[in-house]
Design a protein around this ligand. Structure first.
Ligand SMILES: Cc1cc2nc3c(=O)[nH]c(=O)nc-3n(C[C@H](O)[C@H](O)[C@H](O)COP(=O)(O)OP(=O)(O)OC[C@H]3O[C@@H](n4cnc5c(N)ncnc54)[C@H](O)[C@@H]3O)c2cc1C
Length: 511
């Protein structure tokens, strides 16, 4: 059975159907209730939406609701926006398209900031450049520029294609856009920087599934709390760290460990939805319902499981040596209790059960996880080829491929079975993992788009805290207490019952 089995898909489908869409959607004026693809923004949310957008570029249309030319232009702008915006977009995460109604008093200052002199007026630039930014027609060096020739959908799309060297077309179909996808073998370090959005997406989706499907039981609360603690300390996204800390502080109220009062099915569904609304663990706009780095070329490939792998790898290079065994146990428990894929659970359990000594260093854990992931890749390479179930654009590879990390390879040859035999330089692999999942997952993205905005909070992830909410002493005690996985698990679980985590959370400096 593949990861994307019926149950898992059903879960995701249910989730997608039940979650509210983006806030800023508006109905067409023609009486139908189709949502607009371009987002209506105003001065109160303009900066925050542009700041948090994963898109590389943004187009802002300044219009006035009373202007007839603007009304006629709307279907053209919408036609282009449907290609790029929202979960149904053919090319999500590339161009964010928004509009601002300058006829509304609240937007007066905002429109003045961008020297709006006629309607509709279109500006183009990296989203972050619009945040607290301004523009004047005479500004030569600005990264924001006016789109002069975008008065029909075709003209606007042509302009975009010329600007970014793409060949997007209105005939493009979702998941048949090979050119706009990255390939596994060439996952460049720039691409992994954008995977931060997918780590957020996977984190939020995983917890939405857990909460919606009432998966939290008294028996698995302790391991979940442990995993959450490690996320609060080391999740690569600052806003996820914050959101998870918030959830953790209120965990006992949300899921009391004693017997729950009997309630009707309906009221308990409402309760779960309330939790999701009140604790958007990676910010209120996440999940966004589309993937960037982890986007497959078919609708049932990649996504959540890709995002979770990246989360696990990024945690493994971030923890301190003293936390490596705790992280190992927390990941194992998380997969066992909350990853809704039977095969994945079983295989991961088999691999982790072969570990007989506790991990003493984060290097050992990172290397183990990298090897475990490669074992899964190698098994799936064959399975997906035989069954034709893989993603044709993203075939499984033994990772990292040579072009990504030449120094990781001492030698490689083909065995008589046809399989590759690779002699790895593990020191180089570890260095590469630290760079790829540690520094780059955070900072290249920041350098590329946020260098001008050093006060940005959502993505200041260089500083995932090193102070830990979990008792490191307990980890050492665990290591001494037992040499076997099973014994460690029992001991560790027993430790959880003491539940010291809440008091220690307050000492976290950099949530
Ligand atoms: C814990 C876990 C166990 C799983 N077990 C199974 C299973 O038993 N059966 C099954 O059908 N599916 C399993 N899956 C799903 C499967 O591994 C893939 O996640 C899924 O097929 C999507 O593949 P992908 O192409 O997005 O690449 P993924 O394998 O998800 O990898 C995501 C990204 O990680 C990077 N990467 C690849 N290999 C490595 C590596 N060795 N070390 C570090 N980084 C790497 C690459 O950049 C890649 O694009 C599991 C997923 C998880 C999280």
């Amino acid at each position: 059975m593949r990861l994307v089995d019926g149950t898992f898909l059903l879960s995701l489908l249910l989730l997608t159907l039940r979650l509210p869409g983006p806030e800023a959607v508006r109905s067409f004026g023609d009486g139908t209730h189709q949502s607009d693809a371009a987002m209506d923004l105003n001065s109160s949310n303009f900066d925050s939406v542009l700041k948090e957008s994963p898109a590389n570029f943004a187009i802002v249309e300044f219009f006035a609701h009373w202007c007839p030319a603007c009304r006629n232009y709307k279907p053209h702008y919408e036609k282009v926006a449907r290609l790029f915006n929202g979960p149904d977009a053919v090319h999500p995460g590339i161009v964010l398209m928004v509009r601002v109604d300058c006829a509304m008093k609240i937007n007066m200052k905002l429109c003045n900031r961008f020297s709006v002199g006629y309607y509709p007026m279109l500006l183009w630039g990296p989203p972050i450049k619009f945040v607290a930014g301004k523009w004047t027609p005479k500004q030569d060096k600005s990264e924001i520029q006016s789109i002069e020739n975008g008065r029909t959908a075709d003209l606007l799309l042509d302009w975009i294609n010329k600007k970014i060297g793409s060949s997007f077309s209105f005939d493009d179909e979702k998941y048949e856009n090979e050119n706009s996808l990255s390939k596994n073998a060439s996952d460049s370090e720039q691409q992994i920087a954008r995977a931060i959005y997918d780590v957020e997406e996977a984190t939020a989706l995983a917890f939405d599934i857990i909460i919606q499907h009432k998966m939290i039981k008294p028996s698995n609360q302790a391991p979940l709390i442990k995993f959450l603690q490690l996320l609060v300390a080391h999740h690569p996204s600052k806003r996820c760290r914050r959101g998870i800390a918030d959830l953790l502080v209120n965990f006992d109220d949300l899921w009391p460990s004693g017997p729950l009062p009997v309630s009707s099915a309906e009221s308990s569904i409402l309760q779960e939805e309330e939790i999701l609304k009140s604790y958007p663990i990676c910010g209120k706009d996440v999940p966004r319902h589309y993937w960037i780095f982890c986007r497959g070329s078919k609708n049932d490939t990649r996504g959540v499981s890709c995002g979770l792998w990246i989360l696990f790898h990024s945690l493994s290079v971030r923890v301190r040596d003293g936390e490596s065994q705790l992280l190992f146990m927390a990941i194992c428990d998380f997969v066992q209790n909350f990853f809704v894929c039977d095969d994945c659970r079983r295989h991961f359990y088999e691999m982790s059960s072969r570990i007989s000594l506790p991990f003493n260093t984060s290097r050992d854990l990172s290397i183990w996880l990298w090897r475990a992931h490669n074992q899964v890749n190698e098994r799936l390479m064959k399975e997906e080829k035989d069954l034709g179930t893989g993603d044709p654009i993203f075939p499984k590879v033994t990772w990292p491929p040579k072009q990504l990390c030449p120094s990781c390879y001492v030698s490689s040859s083909r065995k008589s079975s046809g399989n590759k035999q690779i002699d790895w330089n593990q020191d180089e692999v570890y260095k590469f993992l630290i760079r790829y999942y540690g520094t780059t997952l955070v900072s290249s993205y920041k350098d590329a788009t946020l260098s001008s905005n050093r006060n940005d909070e959502s993505y200041d992830m260089t500083s995932s805290t090193n102070s830990v909410a979990v008792p490191v002493g307990a980890a050492l005690a665990i290591a001494l207490a037992s040499c076997t996985f099973g014994a460690l698990a029992c001991f560790w679980r027993a430790q959880q019952k003491s539940r010291k985590y809440l008091h220690q959370l307050h000492s976290l400096k950099d949530i």
